[in-house]
Design a protein around this ligand. Structure first.
Ligand code: NAD
Length: 490
């Protein structure tokens, strides 16, 4: 009997979304070598996909290089029109794309639908931003000269994308690259390739020319090595772990590529005694359990000031108890499986380590018996800085609550981590909020909110959380070079 994911996939109107072929130079390539895709909730095989070779990647690089001249010459408004029709095709196929995402990644279907809308939003937003790559005119320091700074497309680009947002992390990169006038080659995560390939079919239908957007699936090192070595690849954008980010940074050194890295996080979520408790609990629930905790913005350390600590834990437990754990395709599921068994095992190891060092489990949930990739939502109280969970990214539904006394102390503890992607502060004291907004070391900070992402904002981190920004005009600039031109003798 077919499992839940396989039976949903069998009903997809677009059968071609399941073909699993790579898109190279405008052609759908079915390699003889195939890799299986599994439903992480059940382990059931749901499809197979082409395993592209390094020589397929060389063909893709040549095709992208060939396509560059014509693509950059198009008027930005024309490129924008193509991006907009790609976005609208994604929205037209939102339900089918969402089913693919949930089947291979595991997140609840409602969150998968939100991801499709979020992902299409980047294409739409960059469609317009591409028309605003204005450059500058500099007041001259020499008589009779005119000084200009132009923004020009950098050339052929590449993206290596993760499994936690298998659609939106592609469009956030590709929207910017294509709007800037650059072709892009995408290597999606092997755990969630079907949605990437489906999005590529829609790109082709929207009129993205051959070679301008290509998707190759296969072994990460076999496919990334030709990308790193080839001097025609001028920029590489990566989202994933800090370990792999470091390898890619090193690998890009030989050919001096522009590299943008969106790596792990370890967000402090700081709640002061004067905060609105109800809003803080709601925010912490969202920042911890969205994407089943597999989110680089996830609240990894929930710091609660001593006077609020008990009340927070007492309010968080019943909120957590309402979460429904299950298959992402079942209605009302809030928390699905971890996409990778290694991520589930890391959560369990962090819980064991914390318990050994004196933390307490205040609430653990049903769910762990559903399968090896499921981690029961867990609240750990009395967490201290020496525990693994306070230092390493968790990437799962385990909430660690730590107590603090003073503002100075919590700033120092929040900043002591090597990561610096996001942070959250809950307080009703405006002066304190302003002080902390200056002092917390991170790229993105929510004050009394856990919801702050979207196409117009510069997404990215400090320290070991990465380099560069995605989304916003800064995201467009990652795919552009500056050219200074001096007109003399005027
Ligand atoms: P990963 O970094 O291994 O995978 C991300 C992408 O990199 C995938 O496309 C993968 O195929 C590719 N990749 C892996 N090894 C590579 C290599 N040597 N060269 C080139 N590409 C390579 O991440 P993971 O192991 O799947 O997850 C581990 C941890 O990474 C997670 O627990 C989490 O902490 C972090 N992570 C963060 C994000 C994020 O949104 N920033 C996303 C995924 C994972």
């Amino acid at each position: 009997m077919l499992g839940l994911a396989a039976s949903h996939l069998q009903n997809l109107r677009r059968r071609d979304f399941l073909a699993g072929d790579a898109l190279i130079d405008g052609h759908w390539v079915a390699s003889a070598q195939r890799d299986v895709v599994v439903d992480p909730a059940t382990g059931e095989e749901i499809a197979d996909v082409a395993r592209c070779s390094p020589s397929d990647m060389s063909l893709a690089i040549a095709a992208a290089d060939q396509s560059f001249a014509a693509w950059r010459r198009l008027l930005p408004a024309r490129r924008g029109a193509i991006l907009r029709s790609w976005a609208s095709l994604m929205l037209d196929h939102s339900e089918e794309l969402a089913v693919l995402v949930t089947s291979e990644q595991g997140k609840p279907l409602q969150e998968a639908r939100q991801e499709i809308a979020y992902g299409a939003g980047f294409l739409d937003w960059f469609a317009a931003e591409g028309e605003r790559a204005y450059g500058e005119t500099i007041p001259s320091h020499k008589l009779g000269s005119l000084l200009q700074v132009r923004m020009q497309p950098i050339g052929v680009t590449a993206a290596i994308t993760p499994w936690n947002f298998p659609v939106a992390m592609i469009t956030r990169k590709a929207g910017a690259a294509l709007a800037a006038g650059c072709p892009i080659i995408v290597k999606p995560a092997p755990e969630a390739p079907l949605s990437a390939l489906a999005v590529a079919r829609l790109a082709q239908e929207a009129g993205v020319p051959r070679g301008v957007f290509q998707v190759l699936v296969g072994h990460p090192i076999e496919l990334s090595t030709p990308l790193l070595r080839d001097t025609r690849i001028r920029a590489l954008s990566f989202t994933g772990s800090t370990e792999v980010g470091r390898l890619l940074l090193e690998g890009a050194a030989d050919t001096i590529k522009k590299i943008s890295l969106e790596l792990g996080g370890h967000a402090p979520f700081i709640i002061f005694d004067d905060a609105d408790l109800e809003k803080a609990v709601k925010g912490a629930m969202a920042a911890k359990f969205a994407t089943s905790g597999q989110d680089c913005l996830a609240a990894n350390r929930i710091y609660v000031q001593a006077g609020m600590y008990r009340a927070f834990v007492e309010a968080f437990v019943p909120a957590m108890a309402q979460l429904k754990v299950g298959h992402g395709l079942e209605t009302a599921t809030d928390v699905g499986p971890m996409t990778k068994l290694s991520v589930a095992n890391k959560c369990r190891a962090q819980i064991d380590d914390a318990l050994k060092k004196g933390a307490r489990i205040v609430c653990t949930h049903q769910g762990s018996s559903l399968g090896p990739n499921f981690v029961a939502p867990t609240l750990l109280s009395d967490v201290t800085e020496d525990m693994l969970i306070a230092r390493e990214e968790t990437f799962g539904p385990v909430a660690a609550v730590l107590s603090f006394e003073s503002e100075e102390e919590v700033i120092a503890r929040a900043n002591a981590n090597e990561m610096g992607l996001a942070g959250y502060i809950y307080t009703d004291n405006l002066r304190r909020a302003l002080r902390l907004s200056e002092q917390i070391e991170c790229g993105m900070l929510g004050i009394n909110t856990a919801s702050f992402t979207g196409p117009p904002i510069p997404f990215g981190g400090w320290k070991q959380s990465g380099l560069g920004r995605e989304g916003s005009r800064h995201g467009l600039a990652e795919y552009m070079e500056l050219k200074y031109v001096c007109f003399g003798d005027l």
